[in-house]
Structure formats: structure tokens, C-alpha cells
Design a protein around this ligand. Structure first.
Ligand SMILES: C[S@@+](CC[C@H](N)C(=O)[O-])C[C@H]1O[C@@H](n2cnc3c(N)ncnc32)[C@H](O)[C@@H]1O
Length: 251
């Protein structure tokens, strides 16, 4: 094919794929199939998998830790965490079962999956059971960059309810200088938060907050580290012993 026609065909395909990604269909199981399990989570397969793996190891993740990978997608990083962690110590959470299945099928050796027995939760509302062994680390890489405020808060509350105090939750996000009116959550549309919003949402849902900032993300996402506190501060209320259930006091 002449070079100019090839270039035109490539441009047309790119435009069609981008249109599909940002459509409702693009965030569905059918969309995940059409876009492909690697492209759906953003491509840059090797680089982004290894950076997440390195990030967690640099923050002290050990094989005996339990990692909850929230919005794990097609296991871009999970394929490295699963062999590293002890059996049953990787928990992947995602709304697209198909992405997880394809990651397991194509990216994790069958013997490794059988030996390491990763656990998975399929949910689009972060309905995460509190099942031991509980996570000692949690990660949300390129998840908050696709969640609106309500879903980001729901995620923080749900992960907090599923872990004990001390669990660290590493969250990447797209930072804006001023608050943005984020619309409907969508796996391929960008959502932005200020650092103050990230702090407030965390503290309201039982996390202490540390802003790390740039962490070598190729798209410039920032990193924050939440640590699960014993008490959940909601507005002027302190909820004690969140794990044991409601017992509310004024602060
Ligand atoms: C950009 S991908 C990142 C995947 C993975 N963290 C990585 O870095 O490879 C975002 C993932 O979050 C998932 N996701 C988005 N909204 C979600 C929700 N409300 N509940 C569960 N998963 C969600 C998507 O299905 C997708 O797999």
C-alpha cells in the first residue's frame, strides 16, 4: 500500500478507536473486547506494570504482605505481584471480569495462578468483602483518574472498611490546581482532583494523608499515600472502631 494511504488508514483507525474508547460502549465488556485487554488499561504494558511493581517494593511490600489492587484491570501489574506474593495474598478488584480473565489467561503462567491462588472481586461499586487475610497494602493506579467525586469517596470508604488500621493505600491521580466539576465516571475519560480534595476525601473516610507528588508516571499522575487510621473522622463526628461497626461520638 502506498505510504500516504497507509498513513490515512492508520489515522482513521486511531480516530475510530479513540471515539470508541470515550463512548459508553468503550467502558463496557464489549468495548474491552474491541479495544483489547492491554489497550483498555492504557497500553504501555511493560513500563507501567514494572513501575507499579517497583513502587510497591520501594515502599516496603514483602511477600507476606497482602495487596489489594483496586481497579486491577487486565493485571498489567498483577502479573508481577501474583508470583511475588504468598498464596492468596493478591486481591484484584475490578468491574470488568473479562479483563481479569484475559490477564489471567494470557499474562500469568497457569502453574503460577494455581500455586498463588489470587483472589478477585468483581464490582463496580466497590463492594469489597472484609475477608482474611486482610490487605496490608492497597493500590489504585490510574483509577482515581477515571472516577468522579462520589465514586472516589465510595472507593476510599470501601477499602477502609475492608482493612485494619495501618494498611497503606497508594493512590495515583491527575492533579488540578483548582476544583473541577468531574462528570460521570468513565474508564477512558479524565477526572481531576486538587491535593486538598484528595486529603479531605481521605480524612473523611478514615485515612491519614501524605502527598508524594510526581512518581515517574509517564502521564504525569501524582501519588498520594493514605494510611488507615483507627478512627474515621466524618465532618464533626468520630466513628470509633470502624471495623467493629457503628459507635459514633462527637469530636
Ligand atoms: C486505566 S485502568 C488501570 C488498570 C490498572 N490499575 C493498571 O494500572 O494497569 C482503570 C481500571 O479501573 C477499572 N474501574 C474503573 N471504574 C471502576 C469501578 N467503579 N469499580 C471497579 N473498577 C473500576 C477499569 O475497569 C479499569 O480496569
Amino acid at each position: 500500500m502506498p505510504r500516504s494511504r497507509l498513513a490515512l488508514a492508520q489515522r482513521t483507525l486511531r480516530t475510530m478507536t479513540n471515539g470508541l474508547r470515550s463512548s459508553r460502549l468503550g467502558d463496557s465488556t464489549v468495548g474491552a473486547k474491541l479495544i483489547g485487554y492491554r489497550g483498555f488499561v492504557g497500553g504501555r504494558w511493560d513500563v507501567m506494570g514494572e513501575r507499579q511493581y517497583r513502587l510497591l517494593l520501594d515502599h516496603g511490600l514483602q511477600p507476606y504482605d497482602v495487596l489489594m489492587d483496586v481497579g486491577c484491570g487486565s493485571l498489567r501489574a498483577g502479573r508481577l505481584f501474583i508470583p511475588y506474593l504468598e498464596p492468596g495474598h493478591y486481591i484484584g478488584v475490578d468491574k470488568h471480569r473479562d479483563l481479569i480473565n484475559r490477564g489471567l489467561k494470557h499474562e500469568v503462567a497457569p502453574g503460577v495462578a494455581a500455586e498463588k491462588r489470587p483472589r478477585f472481586v468483581i464490582t463496580d461499586r466497590f463492594e469489597i468483602p472484609r475477608e482474611p487475610p486482610l490487605a496490608t497494602f492497597a493500590l489504585a493506579q490510574s483509577l482515581f483518574s477515571h472516577l468522579n467525586d462520589d465514586d472516589a469517596k465510595r472507593c476510599l470508604a470501601a477499602v477502609r472498611a475492608a482493612v485494619d488500621p495501618g494498611c497503606r493505600f497508594l493512590v495515583t491521580f491527575m492533579e488540578s490546581a483548582r476544583p473541577v466539576a468531574n462528570q460521570r465516571s468513565h474508564s477512558h475519560r479524565g477526572m481531576f482532583f486538587t491535593s486538598d480534595e484528595m486529603r479531605e476525601m481521605g480524612i473523611d473516610n478514615g485515612w491519614s494523608y501524605e502527598y508524594v507528588g510526581p512518581w515517574n508516571h509517564p502521564g504525569g499522575q501524582r501519588l498520594v499515600i493514605y494510611t488507615a487510621m483507627a478512627h474515621v473522622h466524618r465532618g464533626r463526628h468520630v466513628v470509633r472502631g470502624a471495623e467493629q461497626g457503628a459507635n459514633t461520638e462527637r469530636s
